[in-house]
Every structure is written in structure tokens, then in C-alpha cells.
Design a protein around this ligand. Structure first.
Ligand SMILES: Cc1cc2nc3c(=O)[nH]c(=O)nc-3n(C[C@H](O)[C@H](O)[C@H](O)COP(=O)(O)OP(=O)(O)OC[C@H]3O[C@@H](n4cnc5c(N)ncnc54)[C@H](O)[C@@H]3O)c2cc1C
Length: 493
């Protein structure tokens, strides 16, 4: 017999678990829930504001979401899908504000124009074409484009200092892009959940083992990190929202759906400037083009961040090689994740991505001076003394079986769930927290199918996310309606 019984067990207290718990508590307030976190505080791994870039990924500025093919054509479908997914998050957060479950929007989300910035003839031609394609779609109709230095000086004054008039430059800009403090958002969601009698947050508590019982429920072993007490909880549904720890927990669950999956961790670092005179001259998130050989998640960007009400400038990320799956993890994480069922995928992906490993080691060994050189491509007059290096979170990229190469590396996010819907977990980290609402809706679709079909759940979801079940990519009038409402409610105008 387990020591405790709950309906829902959420492993990890990051943005994913907090979002799923909030959705479920709105849909079925009678469900009892435990959220279990091994660290002393919630949202201190990837969801913490300093561990991620805080970009509300909407496809406005990230050039890797609109890849250019060898024949010169530009693919925009991924940018459309990510933009529509982000609109789902904005609608959910706006509804929670209206219900009083989140406090003032500017405690976690702030308007920060999103820009893409390039130089050189070929890159300018790419950006011009990208703008033509995207701005023709209603989702991106407000995107501005300019090659004019005077205009660029008004958009990005700091970055235009020290540039020659003859430099061929171009930028696009969406003025209502956002900076999100995902740590603050997660803590607010959890604080609101704690007002429910049937919700319990267990900090300092690590999940060490999971076993499925004959009736399909799960018996989960927990260990208190301070007292070393070991106890068990029985749950009807388990969500593995453990970030970099998700792969190993899904492996421990023994569900066949996780077979063949592996993980490749990439660490991140930022240069951070807290000097007021410099910060005052930049108010946007400016993404450039990734360096040759760089993984898509290390596209350089110069960002305004608003964390705990304080503004800072951040540049990066500089990717690096690591074997840890969590910032507070172990250097043995990667080795321990290798099993018979994923050996082939791990070896295959490793062999075909030796160049990436080399690139990451090179990045990790860079000097401060070399990092400042990269920053100067964005901010030519940057002074090394004004910038300090900070460590960001870890992103564990997904490795999957691939008939051709044995294994392949993927840079997206994926939900892995058992066929009986009793357990699900999230792997990968991109576009990450921005699409947490869409990702958690997919968990509900997979694991709560019969309940989701009821009128009660459909109506509640429609009230929380007015576009639920419809396409913001295809329905222009619905898009205008929800965007006007969310930008107003979240104070992003
Ligand atoms: C450098 C970097 C930049 C990023 N930039 C962006 C961005 O600009 N925009 C964006 O949208 N996304 C971004 N992301 C991605 C985003 O941060 C993540 O997708 C998101 O925070 C993941 O949330 P999570 O809840 O899954 O994981 P986490 O926030 O990592 O939470 C997982 C929690 O599980 C706990 N845990 C792990 N194992 C156990 C266990 N066995 N028992 C109990 N608890 C456990 C951990 O301690 C942790 O608190 C970035 C990520 C990184 C690393």
C-alpha cells in the first residue's frame, strides 16, 4: 500500500507542470494533485528567468524558423505554426488575468519589440524576401522592414553606433513582441494553485522510481532531500515535467514508447550588462543569423530583459558542451541515460554530429575577448568591462531512432505518452516555454480524451482559450478578435 493517493502527480515545478496543473484545475477542480520538486524552490531550472532568454517565441525575429532551401526558397510554415501556438499561450494568460489567477501582466510579460537584423547583400536579400512572404499573412501583417540607416537608428540606436554609412544593413520589426519572465509566471501559477485545498507542492522531494500497477495506476517512490525520508504515492495520472530529468524518469517508468530515445545536452551562457547608461539605449530583442555549424538554438541575440521589475541587457547564448542534463544535475547524466534500446540511436546521432560536438567544445573554451568580438557584430562599440558572463540553463536535445543513420538529433519538443494515457512527459526544449499551453493541451488530448469530448470541458476550454479548436492561421477575423483582446489585456500594445 502506498503512503498517499492522488489523482494527478506532476513531477517538476517548471512552467510545463505549472501550466498543465492550472489547465486541469480549471477543467476538473475536484482532482487532487501533488507537484513534486527535488529542489528547495520551484522554477529554478530552465524556467528560471536567468536560465532562458525570455523570448515570447512568435516567429517574428527567429530566422531559424524560416529556413532557406538550396534553391533560394524560404519556408514559412514553422513560423506560422509557432506564432499561432504563442497566441494560444497569450489567450490563456489573458484569461487567467481576467479571472484574477495571475496578477498584473507586467509582473511577468512586457512589450519588447522583436527584430531580425542582418548585414551583407545576400542576408539583406533573404530578409527582404522573408518579410514579403511573412507580412502577406495576417499573423505577420504588422511586421515592418527597413534598410534605411536613419530608420534603423530609431529602432536600434545602440547597435547603429560606430557603423559605416556604406554598410548594407536590414531589419524587420514587430513592435508588440514580448519579453516573458517564465520564472515569475510559473511561481504565480503555482501560488494560485496553492489556494486549492486539493493541491500540494512538495519541495525538496525527488522522484526516484515509478512502477505501473495492474489497474494502470502508478506507484511512485519519493525521497526527501533534507530528511532522507523515503515514501510512496499512488497516482492515477503522472506528468513527467522534469525538464532535463524527464528522459531518465520515462526510462524508469518502463513504457515502451520511450524506447530508442536519447538526449544530447547543450549548455548556454550569456554576456550580461547591468550598466544603466547602456541599457537605456536599447529596448528590443534583436536576433541575427546563426554562425556556420552552430545549432539552431544558439542564434545570437541582443535582448532587453525585465526580471523582477529590473531591466538588463543580455547577449548570447554561447552554447557549450556538457554531459549534465540539468543545471543542478550530475556529470554522469548523459552516460546513465544510455541503455540497450537507445544505444544505436545515441551512437548514430553521435557519429553524424561530431562537428556539432567539436563546435560546442570550441564555444565552451572561448575567451572573454572572443565573446566580445561576437557581441561587436551587434554592438560595435561594446566595451569588455561592461559585460559579465552568466551561466544559463541546459537544453537536452532529442535523439531518436532513424533507419538511415541509426539515430538523429532533433531540435524541437516532443510529448511521449503511454498508450493507456496514464503517463506523459515532455522531451526537448524548443520553442519551449512560449508554447507551453499548446504543449500541455496536447497532453490533455492524449491522456484525457474521453473527458475532453464532454460539453463541460469543451466549454471551459473555449472560455479559457477562445480560439480553441479553430485555426488562427486560416481564420483572419478570429485572429483579429483574439489578438486585439490579448494585446489589450496583457498590456502589450
Ligand atoms: C539557454 C536557454 C534559453 C531558452 N530560451 C527560451 C526562450 O527565449 N523562450 C522560450 O520560450 N523558451 C526558452 N527556453 C526553453 C525553456 O526554458 C524550457 O522549454 C522550459 O523552461 C522547460 O520547462 P519545464 O517545466 O519542462 O522544465 P524546468 O523548468 O527545467 O523544470 C523541471 C523541474 O523538474 C525538476 N526535477 C527534475 N528531475 C526531478 C525528479 N526526479 N524529481 C523531482 N523533480 C525533478 C527540476 O529540478 C526542475 O525544477 C530556453 C532554455 C534554455 C536552456
Amino acid at each position: 500500500m502506498a503512503d498517499h493517493k492522488v489523482d494527478i502527480l506532476l513531477i517538476g515545478s517548471g512552467i510545463m507542470s505549472a501550466t498543465l496543473a492550472t489547465l486541469l484545475s480549471q477543467l476538473a477542480p475536484h482532482l487532487s494533485m501533488w507537484m513534486v520538486e527535488k529542489l528547495p524552490e520551484s522554477a529554478t531550472e530552465s524556467s528560471n528567468a536567468w536560465n532562458n532568454a525570455g523570448t515570447g517565441h512568435a516567429g517574428y525575429c527567429e530566422l531559424n524558423y524560416t529556413p532557406q532551401h538550396a534553391d533560394g526558397t524560404i519556408e514559412i510554415n514553422r513560423a506560422l505554426a509557432i506564432n499561432a501556438s504563442y497566441e494560444v499561450s497569450l489567450q490563456f494568460w489573458a484569461s487567467l488575468i481576467e479571472k484574477g489567477l495571475l496578477t498584473a501582466p507586467n509582473n511577468f510579460i512586457n512589450t519588447t519589440p522583436h527584430l531580425s537584423f542582418v548585414n551583407g547583400e545576400a542576408n539583406v536579400a533573404f530578409l527582404r524576401r522573408r518579410h514579403q512572404l511573412l507580412s502577406a499573412h495576417p499573423l505577420f501583417q504588422d511586421m515592418q522592414y527597413s534598410e534605411n540607416h536613419q530608420q534603423l537608428k530609431t529602432w536600434i540606436p545602440l547597435m547603429m553606433q560606430g557603423r559605416e554609412a556604406s554598410n548594407q544593413l536590414a531589419a524587420t520589426r514587430v513592435r508588440y513582441g514580448s519579453d516573458v519572465d517564465f520564472g515569475a509566471l510559473t511561481r504565480q501559477l503555482i501560488a494560485s494553485l496553492q489556494n486549492h485545498a486539493d493541491f500540494d507542492l512538495k519541495l525538496n522531494t525527488e522522484v526516484t522510481h515509478l512502477k505501473q500497477l495492474k489497474d494502470s495506476r502508478w506507484r511512485v517512490k519519493l525521497k526527501h532531500q533534507v530528511t532522507n525520508e523515503v515514501f510512496e504515492v499512488e497516482a492515477g495520472f503522472v506528468f513527467v515535467g522534469a525538464g532535463g530529468g524527464a528522459l531518465s524518469l520515462l526510462q524508469k517508468s518502463g513504457i515502451p514508447e520511450i524506447n530508442g530515445y536519447g538526449g544530447f545536452p547543450v549548455s548556454g551562457q550569456w554576456l550580461v550588462c547591468e550598466k544603466e547608461a547602456i541599457i537605456q539605449q536599447h529596448h528590443s530583442k534583436v536576433y541575427g543569423k546563426a554562425a556556420l555549424g552552430a545549432p539552431p538554438m544558439s542564434v545570437p541575440h541582443l535582448d532587453t530583459r525585465i526580471i523582477n521589475g529590473k531591466t538588463a541587457l543580455l547577449f548570447g547564448p554561447y552554447a557549450g558542451f556538457t554531459t549534465k542534463f540539468l543545471k543542478q544535475g550530475s556529470f554522469l547524466d548523459m552516460m546513465r541515460s544510455i541503455q540497450w534500446d537507445n544505444l544505436q540511436s545515441m551512437l548514430g546521432a553521435g557519429w553524424h554530429h561530431l562537428d556539432l560536438t567539436q563546435y560546442l567544445i570550441g564555444e565552451a573554451l572561448q575567451s572573454h575577448a572572443t565573446r566580445i568580438e561576437t557581441l561587436r557584430q551587434f554592438y560595435p562599440l561594446a566595451n569588455a568591462k561592461d559585460w559579465q558572463l552568466k551561466h544559463a540553463g541546459k537544453r537536452v536535445q532529442i535523439i531518436k531512432k532513424c533507419p538511415k543513420q541509426g539515430g538523429k538529433l532533433e531540435f524541437g519538443t516532443e510529448i511521449v505518452s503511454a498508450q493507456d494515457g496514464s503517463i506523459a512527459g515532455l522531451l526537448g526544449a524548443s520553442p519551449g516555454a512560449s508554447v507551453s499551453v499548446q504543449a500541455m493541451l496536447s497532453v490533455i488530448e492524449r491522456c484525457f480524451g474521453p473527458q475532453l469530448k464532454t460539453d463541460a470541458w469543451q466549454q471551459k476550454l473555449k472560455a479559457l482559450i477562445p480560439s480553441y479548436g479553430q485555426s488562427l492561421i486560416d481564420d483572419t477575423s478570429l485572429l483579429h478578435q483574439v489578438r486585439t483582446h490579448t494585446l489589450g489585456t496583457l498590456n502589450l500594445q
